[in-house]
Ligand binder design. Sequence first.
Ligand SMILES: Nc1nc2c(ncn2[C@@H]2O[C@H](COP(=O)(O)OP(=O)(O)O)[C@@H](O)[C@H]2O)c(=O)[nH]1
Ligand SMILES: [Mg+2]
Length: 89
Amino acid sequence: MSNIVAIVGRPNVGKSTLFNRLVGARKAIVKEVSGVTRDRHYGQSEWNGKEFSVIDTGGYITGSDDIFEAEIRRQVEIAIEEANVVFLW
Ligand SMILES: Nc1nc2c(ncn2[C@@H]2O[C@H](COP(=O)(O)OP(=O)(O)O)[C@@H](O)[C@H]2O)c(=O)[nH]1
Ligand SMILES: [Mg+2]
């Protein structure tokens, strides 16, 4: 089974920055405003000789009835299901 790490957390805390650092590319959009990452982004990383997949997600917001935030939350839940490790940021 492959190693999959999902980066999950509140909006605007640096999740996409960490994702880009891990995959070694500027693949995910890093923004000073929250709510920019909406879908799931996949990348490959290797750290200390271990290879793993990384998933960047949008911010996890609960208790909101905003339709976009509900969809982002659904994407986060899919990422959590797929991952063996959830990095809560
Ligand atoms: N000071 C500081 N700012 C950071 C750090 N990591 C990310 N940022 C900034 O925080 C903002 C949000 O980053 P982003 O990666 O888009 O957060 P995300 O919404 O959790 O994906 C951007 O303006 C980043 O440049 C950090 O370690 N220190
Ligand atoms: Mg992001």
